[in-house]
Write a protein that binds this ligand. Sequence first.
Ligand SMILES: [Zn+2]
Length: 294
Amino acid sequence: MSRSFTNLVLHLGAAMLASGTMALSAEFATNSTSDTTLAKHLARLRVPEGFAAVVQPPFVVLGDEPPDQVRTRATNTVKWAVDRLKREYFPRDPAEIIDIWLFRDQTSYTNHAQVLFHDTPTTPFGYYSAEHHALIMNIATGGGTLVHEIVHPFLRTNFPECPAWFNEGLASLYEQSADQQGHIRGLVNWRFKGLERAIKDGKTISFQQLTATSDSEFYGSAGNYSQYYGQARYLCYYLQEKGLLKKFYHEFVAGAKTDPTGFRTLQRVLGETDMAAFQKKWEKFILGLRKSEE
Ligand SMILES: [Zn+2]
């Protein structure tokens, strides 16, 4: 991606179309394949009136907040997270350009999801539309879901076999995160309380079971849905705090053919032979996070 595209704010002075959207008609010097892809993408993009568009490779960030605010989000949230995630985990960018739509409030989010994508959102925060290569967010709910959703296209590209438990564990780890010496660090967040309750009630499942859940089990089980997320997130959190998460990720990717669930890789990286004993240790560690949660 050439420097000229980085953080470019597009001025939406192009002709209004009959549909009430604007066509971006910018001239680009295209000296690489990715620039050509981006130029084509921008030429096709229909941006409603009142929206600013900021190129932040491999994304285009579009929003109906004031343009300076859209630019700030593109830099302080999207670029901030992308730089750190790439450094830690992801050598490859997603092949396609992904649009990140940041709608300023619930009304804008619901209306535009319908008008632009013919979607009725099932979550108040935001979601990824694979069909439209777009993240569709109600940004009034905060930037956490945005960082969560940014992780998914990178995982799809760099670790296509990634099972749901780790896909969601890693993505949700970073929905609340901070910088630590240039590295992204997930923090204790709202998913803690549900997990704490499950531990106290003896309702966690074994890590062998968690890692063996199929995607349809992980996403489909109504009763355990959020508990799976919580347990997967805080397994990633534990690995992070022990300095093992990056190592686990890269060994999981490298060995996914022989260990598709990641369970044996997890055991090896943790240096644990007795995973039942490890679970007790992990639960004690998690309950000890109560003080940082308050
Ligand atoms: Zn997710």
